[in-house]
Design a protein around this ligand. Structure first.
Ligand code: UDP
Ligand code: MG
Length: 309
């Protein structure tokens, strides 16, 4: 017998908890046939609704259901990390509770693990049902990351991923506070099989990610997996020096040849404004990295548990 841990982060998902459970158990006969035992870990990320009660209700019916409840909302990254820490399985799969990660894909995923892959990841090839602006920026983000980061990140990659114990332990060894799982998966390496599917809209409720939250999350990703922005400050400095030097030569030559009096304070103002703007921008970039370093140095726990059932 081998054990499969299913890790499901939930934040205000009272309507989906049971729905997910019954959808997952549709694979029961497959699991039995393959002699796979189940362990379902619902990670309650500080929900304010009846999510915890719903999970406890399931727990009464089925001993394989577990609940790890946070003291407040720590974010999906923290929930996934906690799930991986608590999971005892030989294989662990991360899934959203809103059924956007179809459990019907599990048999196929497990078959690839049998073939010797260390991890089976999923990506959606379409983004139908998503606001166009969101898709546009998501695409830009992956394009940018491809250029500025050495870590591989797939466009449209979901967090839906089946992993072997070895890979889970590798991920757990990365104890960074600013977690960006999409990058961490790529960073640890291992042989990964990618499965593709069309986007599925969430079963019930609303997405927990606003455009703003996603934008901030993408900045986290950039700072966590690339130091390229830091180069911008140096490059800008060099560039401005070259421009300034060329202008000095130009002004001296013009003075010698034509004896022009120095005029034009508007251009001077423009130049001062631009350079100080660039300086603030570059200091801002430095600040971003400093802020992340500050949070890492504090070594705060990634999550706090209120209750484990
Ligand atoms: N989630 C979480 N904590 C959060 C936000 C989301 O645990 O702070 C969970 C949520 O319950 C869901 C999964 O992460 O199971 C994905 O969230 P959502 O469906 O809102 O994101 P989307 O699919 O729209 O990107
Ligand atoms: Mg979703």
């Amino acid at each position: 017998m081998s054990l499969l841990s299913v890790v499901v982060p939930c934040y205000n998902e009272e309507e989906n908890v049971e729905l997910f459970y019954s959808e997952l158990l549709k694979n029961s006969s497959f699991f039995q046939e393959k002699e796979i035992e189940l362990e379902i870990l619902y990670i309650d990320d500080g929900s304010g609704d009846r999510t915890v009660a719903e999970v406890k209700k399931l727990r009464e019916r089925d001993e394989r259901v577990h609940l790890i409840s946070f003291s407040r909302n720590f974010g999906k990254e923290a929930a996934m990390f906690a799930g991986l820490e608590y999971a005892k399985g030989d294989y662990v799969v991360l899934m959203d509770v809103d059924l956007q990660d179809p459990p019907s894909l599990l048999p196929q995923m497990l078959s690839y693990i049998e073939q010797g892959y260390d991890s089976v990841a999923t990506r959606r090839v379409s983004r139908k049902g998503e606001p166009p602006i969101r898709s546009f920026f998501a695409r830009r983000f992956y394009r940018l990351m491809k250029k500025i980061s050495k870590t591989e990140m797939m466009d449209g990659a979901r967090d839906y991923r089946l992993m072997t114990r070895q890979m889970v332990d590798s991920i757990l060894s990365m104890r960074e506070y600013n977690r960006f799982t999409k990058g961490i998966f790529g960073w640890v390496g291992f042989r990964t099989k990618w499965l593709e599917y069309e986007n599925i809209e969430r079963a019930k409720g609303e997405t927990k990610w606003s455009f703003w939250k996603l934008l901030m999350y993408s900045f986290d990703g950039i700072v966590a997996f690339s130091t390229a922005p830091l180069m911008i400050a140096s490059l800008m400095g060099v560039l401005l020096c070259v421009v300034a030097f060329a202008m000095i030569i130009f002004i001296i030559v013009r003075k010698i040849l034509f004896g022009d009096p120095v005029d034009g304070w508007p251009s001077l103002v423009c130049i001062i404004l631009m350079t100080s703007g660039i300086q603030f921008f570059c200091t801002g970039i430095l600040g971003q990295y400093l802020a992340k370093t500050y949070m890492e140095v504090k070594k705060r726990p990634i999550y706090l548990v209120k209750e484990v059932v």
